[in-house]
Design a protein around this ligand. Structure first.
Ligand SMILES: [Cu+2]
Length: 147
């Protein structure tokens, strides 16, 4: 696991130096959460299963046409509307509480979320963690977590 994290960190820093976000997607590709309905009410922990149509999943750092890895945008503006999104598109998706990478090629996760409303959106990133062109995103889903 440590090596995976280290590889992701190296990929992010090299993306910052060199990459401009021009990996093509299948324009008909779509990301979605298989087991979640927008507006759902649930208890934590919340398990999310990622779906991807029209492209494939590959780990971060693997450059293979038609692939990418999943990211969750958590409790932040919809992709393309955040104040930092131009930088995100140019330099790669940051790794912080609001941007969760699945650089191992994972297709599901379980999140511990405090009670309240949360927004979740998936965005696919290329081998440098940069969204594709055009970006492959899910709808923004709002869920309510109860005690
Ligand atoms: Cu990533």
């Amino acid at each position: 696991m440590y090596r995976v994290i280290l590889a992701a960190a190296v990929a992010i820093s090299s993306a910052t130096l060199t990459h401009a976000g021009d990996t093509p997607s299948n324009p008909e590709s779509v990301a979605y959460v298989v087991n979640l309905e927008n507006g759902a009410t649930m208890q934590s922990p919340v398990t999310l299963v990622f779906g991807l149509a029209g492209m494939g999943v590959a780990p971060a750092g693997v450059e293979k046409e038609g692939t990418g890895h999943h990211h969750i945008l958590l409790n932040r503006p919809p992709f393309g509307e955040g104040s930092e999104d131009a930088e995100l598109i140019a330099n790669g998706i940051p790794a912080d509480d609001n941007h969760i990478h699945f650089g191992g090629g994972q297709t599901q996760t379980t999140l511990d979320l405090p009670p309240g409303e949360h927004t979740i959106q998936l965005v696919l990133g290329d081998h440098f963690h940069v969204p594709h062109n055009p970006p492959v995103v899910s709808e923004v889903m709002t869920i309510t977590v109860t005690e």
